[in-house]
Design a protein around this ligand. Structure first.
Ligand code: ZN
Length: 273
């Protein structure tokens, strides 16, 4: 199902819905500790965490670009629907010229793989240099808590299936009209991509936020999956403020639709755009 499309610069940007990921509340953490965490969760009032998962298709004049690739078939029936959403949008895997990856976590990168082959036979894969460098080097495994080591296997599989077709890019222009913005913390080199148009720009911020309402109102709420929670909080606060200041459209791996960031109280609110 394609939820929404917007014209931004040279691209028609469509949200490809991959599914919904559910988890118990104990995946939530808070930079100010347990009491602040419990207060934030109580204020929020939800019984569990339900995280929608998206990736994005950018149709340009002569090529299809994806931002992230969904979970693929490996996360169960509630997820892995991005390929059907792509098909509904008239995009075949062989049509995809490049995939920009925000970070090497399963819900963003496992959709690159189809068993032991690449799902996108013709695509170049663009990965943030910091993420690919870190998780592509087994020597860094010892620096990484065991629960957060999944990205090493993804980097290794990526190297195997897309050999010669991987471009790891630093901050700055990743391709014409698209700029990589580092947002470290959730993973070592987690990044967003800013698509710049004439009137309107759209930031696809990956996992800067997993829960739009809770983490916008209190950016100090994080996730046990964060590689470095304090750095993730700083990145989240910084990008929320920048997006509000620049009046960017935003969306992300776990944001419903296109939004705008508005300052509200001590935090922010993501308003439907
Ligand atoms: Zn994610």
């Amino acid at each position: 199902m394609v939820q929404q499309s917007r014209r931004i610069g040279a691209f028609d940007v469509s949200i490809l819905h991959d599914g919904v990921f559910e988890a118990p509340l104990d995946v939530l953490i808070h930079a100010d500790g347990e009491v602040a965490r419990n207060e934030a969760v109580a204020r929020w009032g939800k019984p569990k965490v339900s995280i929608i998962v998206n990736c994005f298709a950018l149709k340009g004049a002569d090529a299809i670009t994806l931002v992230d690739a969904g979970t693929g078939p490996s996360w169960g029936k509630a997820m892995g629907h991005a390929p059907a959403a792509m098909e509904a949008a008239g995009i075949a895997p062989e049509d995809v010229a490049r995939v920009l990856i925000t970070h090497l976590h399963g819900d963003h990168a496992l959709g690159l793989f189809d068993g032991d082959k690449p799902f996108f036979p013709n695509a170049e894969i663009i990965v943030p240099e910091a993420d690919f460098g870190f998780y592509g080097d087994e020597a860094n495994r010892a620096r990484t808590p065991e629960k957060k080591q999944g990205a090493f296997a993804i980097a290794a599989t990526l190297k195997k299936h897309y050999a010669g077709r991987i471009r790891s890019v630093p901050a700055g222009e990743a391709q014409a009209g698209i700029t990589l913005i580092p947002l470290p913390g959730h993973s070592f080199g987690h990044s967003g991509y800013l698509i710049e148009g004439d009137g309107e720009s759209l930031l696809l911020w990956g996992d800067a936020l997993h829960l739009s309402d809770l983490q916008a109102s209190d950016p100090a709420v994080g996730f046990v999956y964060d590689f470095d929670a304090a750095t993730a909080v700083a990145s989240r606060r910084g990008i929320l403020e920048r997006a509000a200041h620049e009046n960017w459209l935003v969306s992300g791996g776990h944001v419903e639709g296109f939004r705008r960031v508005v300052r509200k109280g001590a935090g922010y609110e993501l308003q439907p755009a």
